[in-house]
Design a protein around this ligand. Sequence first.
Ligand code: ATP
Ligand code: MG
Length: 140
Amino acid sequence: MTMQRTFSIIKPDATRRNLTGAINSKIEASGLRIIGQKRIHMSDREAREFYAIHAERPFYNDLVSFMTSGPVVVQVLEGQNAITAYREVMGSTNPSEAADGTIRKEFAESIEANSVHGSDSIENAAIEISYFFTDEEIVG
Ligand code: ATP
Ligand code: MG
C-alpha cells in the first residue's frame, strides 16, 4: 500500500446536473480525501492540451467541445493507492460496462459525457496535478 495523489475532474455533464456533491460523497465514502478543489471553465487550449494523447482519435474535437461546454471541478485526491482506487470508484469509460455502485454507472450519460476523469498512472497524475494546481492550492 502506497500513499498517492491523483487528479480528478468532475466533467460538465455532472456540474450541469448539480451532481458535484453526490460525486464528492462517493469519493469520500471510498476513503479518498479531497485535498485540492476548484471550479473552473476550461479553455479550448487547456482541453486540447489535457487530452492531447487523444488528438488522433475521431472523437477528439467533440471531446474538447464537451469539456469546454460548461464548468468543471478539478480536484486532487489523496489516499492509499489513490490512482487505482479512484479508477475503481469511477467505473469503466463506457457507463454501460461500468460496475454497480460506480460513479459512471450511477451518473454518466454516455461514453463521452461520463461525469468524471481520473489519472491513469503515477506519471500522469503528477503532470495533471501540476497543470491545474499550485503547491499552495493543495492542503493535505
Ligand atoms: P478519462 O481520461 O476522462 O479519465 P478514461 O481514461 O476512462 O477517461 P480515455 O480512453 O482516456 O478514458 O478517454 C478519455 C475520454 O474521452 C473519456 O473519458 C470520454 O469522455 C472520451 N471518450 C473515450 N472514448 C470515447 C468514444 N469512443 N467516443 C466518445 N468519447 C470517448
Ligand atoms: Mg484516460
